[in-house]
Write a protein that binds this ligand. Structure first.
Ligand code: NDP
Ligand SMILES: Nc1nc2c(ncn2[C@@H]2O[C@H](COP(=O)(O)O)[C@@H](O)[C@H]2O)c(=O)[nH]1
Length: 329
């Protein structure tokens, strides 16, 4: 197990700058390769119903960003893949592990409607059900890149990789609308960044850090600790384009963001591990993506490099609860 000394989270870390080697931040290359494709940013919006829909997926794919469609309108997935492929775009979907999901995997294979990326999306991903699902996909659709999760330990990462996963997703309970940590007592909430580091050291394939990103600087920190890609919910919620419902309160506009294991998603109060929050309306998603890219380019320049690889080597200090220092953005 991790020693307590090496347990930290995003707000406890500051990266140490190196001499700048570029003349403008615009020279810094933020692109990342995952599987057979290269994307503009090492960032993917969470595969949740208040974060992504068909329209956003299409926009992201057209603009060269990675995306993962959620699995909560299960019956639309085949048509979604066909529609994306019809436009020459990458298809990236999510599946669960139940019998009906295995039937769906067989259906995709039988119809030769093969997505480029398939994410197995369940709460406790270190499970035989996930291993069976990985094996089924790899047997029927070996050309699909399989992301499996979520997990929070090196043992889980290795086991899913050995079963055939092409990448694993790390994060149990650090999410903004997550209540797993309080309902079950388990998770990586409060030490997610250390868990990413711990898992990445054991991984032989890419790691996706999932949950707990609160500022753009946290993306650079995730890459430093070994993440190839970073999944983000709350920072991508509440935009003009976001699927969540808009609510007006005291003359101010908010949008809802709810957990995939919340009663709002499930339609019943059973095994609830997520909640709903209202976030102030944020404007356009494209502007947020642009700012994320600019901030990450700046991070690369502080790292003394020209691309993301520079971030993987920088020194860092652990200073508990240091970054806010009483301030807000
Ligand atoms: N990243 C995170 O920290 C978390 C994410 N989530 C998100 O919520 C959504 C729903 O997740 P999930 O409930 O797993 O999906 P499903 O409802 O599809 O459940 C998947 C299967 O796993 C079983 N299962 C779920 N949790 C456990 C567990 N703790 N132990 C044993 N079996 C379990 C379920 O059975 P049964 O329901 O009968 O137990 C079901 O058969 C997903 O999108 C997931 O990513 C949810 C919680 C935490
Ligand atoms: N414990 C729960 N985790 C959830 C739920 N729905 C989604 N998630 C996870 O949160 C991240 C997004 O985190 P954020 O901090 O960026 O907002 C998402 O990708 C899932 O892994 C849930 O109901 N319960």
């Amino acid at each position: 197990m991790n020693s307590l000394n090496s347990v930290f989270d995003y707000e406890d870390i500051q990266l140490i700058p190196n001499k700048c080697v570029i003349n403008s931040r615009s020279e810094a290359d933020t692109s990342v390769t995952l599987g057979k494709f290269t994307f503009k940013l090492p960032v993917v919006p969470a595969n949740m119903q208040t974060i992504i829909d068909d329209k956003i997926a299409e926009m992201l794919a057209k603009e060269g960003y990675f995306y993962i469609m959620h699995r909560f309108e299960a019956e639309n997935r085949l048509a979604f893949i066909k529609k994306m492929h019809g436009q020459g775009l990458i298809a990236s979907i999510s599946v669960g592990v139940k019998a009906e999901e295995h039937a769906f995997i067989r259906e995709m294979s039988a119809q030769a409607v093969i997505p480029e990326y398939i994410t197995i999306d369940i709460a406790h991903g270190h499970a035989e059900s996930v291993i069976k699902t990985i094996r089924l996909i790899k047997r029927l659709m070996p050309q699909s890149f399989v992301i499996a999760g979520n997990v929070g330990t090196p043992e889980a990462v290795r086991e899913l990789e050995n079963a055939g996963a092409d990448a694993t997703k790390v994060g149990i309970g650090p999410g903004k609308v997550c209540i797993t940590k309080v309902k079950t007592g388990f998770g990586t909430g409060g030490w997610q960044l250390a868990a990413v580091r711990w898992c990445a050291k054991a991984a032989s394939k890419p790691i996706i850090a999932d949950g707990g990103i609160r500022t753009n600087g946290d993306i650079a920190k995730s890459v430093r600790m070994g993440a190839t890609m970073v999944m983000i919910g709350s920072l991508f919620a509440a935009h003009e384009e976001s699927p969540g419902k808009t609510v007006e309160k005291d003359g101010q506009l908010f949008k809802e963001y709810f957990g995939s294991a919340s009663e709002y998603q499930k339609g019943e109060h059973k095994n609830v591990e997520g909640k709903k929050i209202l976030l102030p309306h944020k404007g356009s998603l494209k502007d947020t993506l642009k700012e994320m890219q600019e901030d990450l380019q700046s991070s690369i320049s502080y790292a003394g490099g020209r691309d993301l690889s520079a971030l993987t080597k920088v020194d860092y200090v652990v200073v508990k609860n240091s970054i806010w220092n009483g301030d807000t953005i």
